[in-house]
Write a protein of this length. Structure first.
Length: 376
């Protein structure tokens, strides 16, 4: 009885695949046949790991870039606080893209050197950059110390791993792999430093914005307190609070609509009362009403006989709505009709009529129960 086992062994140092054919017999004799596959130098798990790393770094860099583009600051106050060099590095997107492409290309190319030892160095530099509250200079010193330590390890501690060259040839190809590894780590350190500097720039900009907002809020609160004290010296406290209310404008608009609706209901109530008088006294009195809304001037005039009066364009148009109206109907202007229709009042367009002193105006009739009874 013979059992055959096929084993594939990955040599970590040089990334070569070795195929070991083992033949086991009953006599417990073993036959090993090693086949060196030098043509397949790339490890599939290694390439997958490199691809995942490349995607993660690309995603993080793109996310930071988009966030910086959305939170771009252009005020001179921030630029002066951060310095010219810092602002140029932090806001130059082209530089960041170039560094990103170069760094990832170097990291991917380092798989042909010895990625099993490059990965710890890259992870060490990344771990240093993750501490956001560390000083920029302190991070630079720590990363530079790490690179020097890894460089000594590549050249002195384990020179057998990085003493080979990329290819046989003269010039650039004769450099040992340790030089390429240190170069890759140095470029990766520059990328991390640029990202850290940009994060510091964004943090400082946010702090300046928050500080400025806090100062403006304090100024607004101080001004509001001063205005409240001045108003309370002139008006009662509840009246001053009313004028200092934040929703005063909304209340004013609601009050205007409420006054117009109350005036319309008052006109309908007058017509109802007049109809009751007609039924009881067998008369045929009719009421003609004109309504308009808007600003007016009011006051008491007269030295011998003081009386309260109002003036303005609103008063004149309301008077014309009455004089140009129809008996038994309520005539209003177009703006007044829109407000009434918003509150479920039925308005019938009369059309364009000539109004003395105003020209042609579009007017409406407010429909009441008296209009329906007259139609019947």
């Amino acid at each position: 009885m013979t059992t055959q086992i096929l084993i594939e062994i990955l040599e970590i140092d040089n990334y070569h695949w070795h195929r070991c054919h083992v033949q086991v017999t009953k006599s417990k004799s073993y036959h090993l046949d090693f086949v060196d596959s030098n043509n397949f130098k790339r490890s599939v798990p290694l390439i997958g790991t490199l691809t995942s790393t490349f995607v993660v770094i690309a995603t993080l860099t793109l996310a930071v870039w988009i966030q910086k583009a959305q939170r771009r600051t252009s005020t001179s106050h921030h630029n002066q606080s951060l310095g010219t060099c810092t602002t140029d590095v932090a806001t130059n997107h082209i530089l960041r893209v170039i560094l990103f492409v170069i760094a990832n290309s170097f990291i991917f190319a380092s798989s042909f050197i010895n990625m099993a030892h490059i990965f710890p160095a890259v992870l060490t530099l990344t771990a240093v950059s993750l501490f956001l509250r560390l000083s920029y200079v302190l991070k630079f010193i720590l990363m530079l110390t790490d690179i020097i330590g890894f460089g000594l390890a590549f050249t002195l501690v384990r020179p057998d791993l990085f003493s080979a060259t990329l290819e046989d040839g003269d010039g650039f190809y004769k450099l040992p792999l340790s030089v390429y590894a240190i170069l890759f780590l140095f470029v990766f350190m520059l990328v991390l430093l640029v990202l850290d500097r940009q994060a510091e720039f964004t943090a400082r900009a946010d702090f300046l914005w928050q500080n400025k907002l806090r100062v403006e809020q304090d100024e607004v609160e101080t001004m509001g307190s001063i205005n409240k004290i001045l108003l309370e010296n002139i008006l009662p406290a509840h009246v001053a609070q009313h004028f200092l209310s934040n929703n005063r404008q909304t209340e004013d608009e609601s009050r205007k609509s409420h006054n117009l609706l109350a005036l319309t209901e008052f006109a309908i109530a007058l017509m109802t009362l007049l109809d009751q008088i007609n039924r009881e006294s067998f008369q045929r009195f009719k009421l003609r009403v004109g309504i308009n809304n808007g600003p007016v001037i009011a006051g008491v005039v007269g030295a011998q006989k003081p009386q309260y009066d109002i003036w303005g364009n609103t008063v004149n148009v309301a008077s014309r709505m009455d004089s140009c109206g129809v008996m038994g109907k309520i005539q209003v202007t177009e703006d007044t009709a829109k407000i009434l229709m918003e509150h479920n009042y039925d308005c019938e367009c009369r059309g364009t009529i000539y109004v003395k002193g105003k020209g042609n105006l579009t007017t409406y009739f407010v429909k009441t129960q008296f209009d329906r009874s007259s139609d019947c």
